[in-house]
Design a protein around this ligand. Sequence first.
Ligand code: SAM
Length: 239
Amino acid sequence: MNLALLFDEDFTASDRVKLTGRRLAHLHSVIKVKAGDQIAVGRVDGAMGTGEVIRLSDTEAELTVTLDQSPPPPLPLTLVLAMPRPKMFRRVLQTCASLGVKDLWLINSYKVEKSFWQTPWLSEQSLLDNLTLGLEQAKDTVMPRVHIRKLFKPFVEDELPALLAGKRALVAHPGTEVPCPTHLPEAAVLCVGPEGGFTPYEVGKLEEAGCQAVHLGRRILRVETAVPVLVSRLFDACL
Ligand code: SAM
């Protein structure tokens, strides 16, 4: 937690917050703060700044906060991700939030196991908790929006074309001819496949919608590795 993300319910006055639970435990056991210390704070979807600890107990920490700095700019990327295996999903979600992805579409694909959609990590609270961890790690406040689409074809045919309008559209697919571009000067939409990859039919549908298939070299990376590699390759100037 390089920044404590503050929610409306934490505020007891416009410049005062009380922290409990996970954030309090972190202040005690990791940062080991004492009264008078300052920590980085930020209001969700708002400004960042500093919080001064004015009172600390086993049950809560009270801070006065000054919020006068802008969060880092968002990554100009819409990420379309085939739903990962639950064990990996939580980490991917945190990584996306840390990298500055603000628009994440979780889609079905032939090789996404049906059971993946049952994971409790998809509950609204779990999504919020994990995105919060990712934002706190990276010192950002702007909560990513997550869209869930459990049918591949209607998403690709009916919704994807509008998402691609005016943007560079790519599908990461091993073994294609075109290397993934670097230093993109424009906003992009990037599709990343499941553990077993997109099927040829799915790559064809994504290409029909306007995506260009690109590769990252001969090494096939896990989704949790491929996402940060692709993002840093496309947008190194933004990181
Ligand atoms: N056997 C699968 C295949 O050949 O498509 C491997 C899938 S990989 C574990 C999961 C996803 O990460 C891929 O669908 C792709 O979107 C992305 N990816 C991983 N390595 C890649 C590479 N070398 N080039 C392009 N995309 C890659």
